[in-house]
Design a protein around this ligand. Sequence first.
Ligand code: F6P
Length: 323
Amino acid sequence: MKKIAVFTSGGDSPGMNACVRAVVRSAIFHGLDIYGIRRGYNGMIKGDIFKMESSTVSNIIQRGGTILKSARSKDFVTKEGRQQAYEQLQKHGIEGLVAIGGDGTFTGANIFYEEFGIPTIGAPGTIDNDLYGTDFTIGYDTAVNTAIYAIDKIRDTADSHERVFFVEVMGRDSGYIAIPCAVGGGAEIVMIPETKTTIDKVVDALRTGWSRSKTSFIVIVAEGDEEGSAVEIAAKVQAAIPQMDARVTILGHVQRGGAPTAADRMLASQLGIACVEGLVNGRACEMAGIVSGEVVYTPFKETITKVKALNPNYARMIDILSV
Ligand code: F6P
């Protein structure tokens, strides 16, 4: 293998740039030509491909977002789109890919390999941390710290006005972001897709808190909770407790930006190197991850289908810590 390319795909996450840097530098270290593909699979289809040098990735380790841009490609889902992408890679003589993204990205890479034989090694780039095959995903630590920083500020105003704040954090399918936000942010209640927390339970928890002279509350809601969004949940609780003074804050995409933490820079660098070395060693269709401190490669088929179960004790922690 002489020429490889790197791209970022799906929702961006802090640390993607640090990972791109590590891929570029380790490719050069191993004597490979390295190309960048802009805008994920869309750029692959359009041939938005350029040669990268060590200097191309100078001064990006600390930057949030991705210098390669990102997209969720509808065209790559079609055979025609993948055919065009293959032709563009052929034009540049690219024999292997490093994909920094999540399960949608790896699903595409798997099909692409089956059809055209181009091997891809993936790095888990998503703030959600819900990918099987790695203890942590790139950007998760930063996203959680960003959210905690915001929640601390919300606590101040919640305390001053003796209000209940419903704070919505990201996590379409999982409570990986919500749980450390609730524990580290000192929340009274957490609502996540993995466990059922009824509106009655929220109402009871608030009433119990008031009876114990608590005057302000933080309720952390993962956006994928089965009771609905933070706005919907707040409305349901308000209907049960009309005298409640409540506010809703949706942290949203603020969690996806900003300078990566030291932990994310380290993880991104480690996995960027692991991706290139995986390709050099003939691996294909696997995600590089860190499990118990060691680099492991997990087949895309497993990362896509298996669920990284959230430790059930985490939700219990909130009950204990909020008495
Ligand atoms: O997958 C990462 C993520 O940030 C999810 O937590 C969130 O549900 C989604 O992306 C938002 O995606 P978009 O950028 O399309 O709004």
